[in-house]
Design a protein around this ligand. Structure first.
Ligand SMILES: C[S@@+](CC[C@H](N)C(=O)[O-])C[C@H]1O[C@@H](n2cnc3c(N)ncnc32)[C@H](O)[C@@H]1O
Length: 317
């Protein structure tokens, strides 16, 4: 594939880490105001593409955690010449909560989510009571959530979760529904004779959820002129701080040969969301600046801001 074709092929991915305002403005991203349709875990993109082709009046967003799937789907979107699809590489549980405003999604689709049947893997399951709260927040009033799965217990669990909260009313439960397009996994399970289950629920009562991305400009600290040495920077290793729901630790430090730039490898946790990134300490004309290293771009969460502030405070002391 020629280089320019390749670049155009990957034009559908959006990079929320570069955004300064959250939730994202989907009208700006699509350059038009239109109902939002979202598919979580779109795999090779067959359903998303069919859906977007059938509804040119909608803006379609696919969220996928596998980079390989993201690339494969974009090649197909490009071949189809569709302009109303964007894709995001992220954990859908995080993306739905952080990138979408309350009452903004008309229809949210989940085709054959990984069921994670073992109890010790429960944390990885997309469906949970927190997820039901997220749906209660981000779906439009009367917006739909649609789940298709080959695991009867998973469909049953969805029903029980919806019944446990007032936000979604179950509209339809079907066995082996006829669908206009079959996904890769649907074909696979049908070939082996498995039953397919579909649950459709409608949002009937709104709620909201707490978001952790604060957006805004890059946090930074200016340090007036003073010697900052490799030893200073090394002494920051293992520096950590925890306040309720937010935590950071400095894992490693690196120095440039001329001693004018240092890198600190940081791990943060905000609730259950973990990020790994670098903070840099760089010599300036009249001192130093402590800031996020631009190549790793974490989301600006309370723990990320706390890390920059605490490192700045230590170097100022
Ligand atoms: C069993 S496959 C189904 C793929 C496709 N929907 C289909 O029906 O052919 C599950 C898909 O969900 C994606 N996935 C799993 N957990 C995810 C998450 N937390 N956020 C986004 N995608 C996820 C996986 O990468 C995978 O592509």
């Amino acid at each position: 594939m020629r280089k320019s074709t390749l670049a155009r092929c990957f034009q559908y991915e959006i990079f929320p880490r570069r955004a300064t305002r959250f939730p994202l403005s989907w009208d700006d991203i699509f350059s038009r105001s239109a109902p939002l349709f979202v598919e979580v875990g779109f795999g090779n993109g067959a359903f998303l593409i069919h859906w977007a082709r059938e509804h040119p009046e909608g803006n379609f967003v696919g969220i996928e955690i596998s980079l390989e799937s993201l690339e494969r789907a974009q090649r197909h979107i490009f071949q189809e010449g569709l302009r109303n699809i964007r894709v995001i590489h992220e954990d859908a549980r995080f993306a739905l909560r952080e990138f979408f405003a309350d009452n903004s999604i008309r229809h949210l689709m989940m085709n054959f989510p990984d069921p994670w049947p073992k109890e010790r893997h429960r944390e990885r399951r997309a469906l949970s009571s927190h997820f039901v709260h997220i749906l209660g927040a981000v779906l439009e009033r009367d917006g739909r959530f649609e789940l298709v799965t080959d695991q009867e217990w998973y469909a049953q669990q969805a029903l029980e979760l919806f019944q446990g909260f007032p936000y979604l009313a179950v509209e339809r439960v079907e066995n082996n529904p006829l669908r206009p397009v079959q996904t890769k996994y649907e074909k696979k399970w049908r070939r082996t004779g498995r039953d397919i289950f579909r649950v459709i629920a409608r949002k009937v009562q709104p709620t909201t959820v707490k978001r952790i991305i604060e957006g805004g400009t890059m946090p930074h600290i200016l340090i007036p002129d003073r010697p900052i040495t490799v030893q200073h920077i090394h002494s920051l290793e293992n520096l950590q701080k925890e306040v309720p729901n937010h935590f950071f630790i400095v894992k490693e430090s690196f120095a440039s040969p001329d001693g004018k730039k240092f890198l600190l490898l940081i791990i943060t946790r905000d609730y259950d969301y973990q990020q790994k990134f670098y903070i840099t300490v760089v010599a300036r004309q009249n001192g130093w600046i402590v800031k996020l290293e631009s190549t790793t771009q974490p989301y600006r969460t309370p723990a990320v801001k706390m890390a920059v502030q605490e490192i700045g405070r230590r170097l100022l002391a």
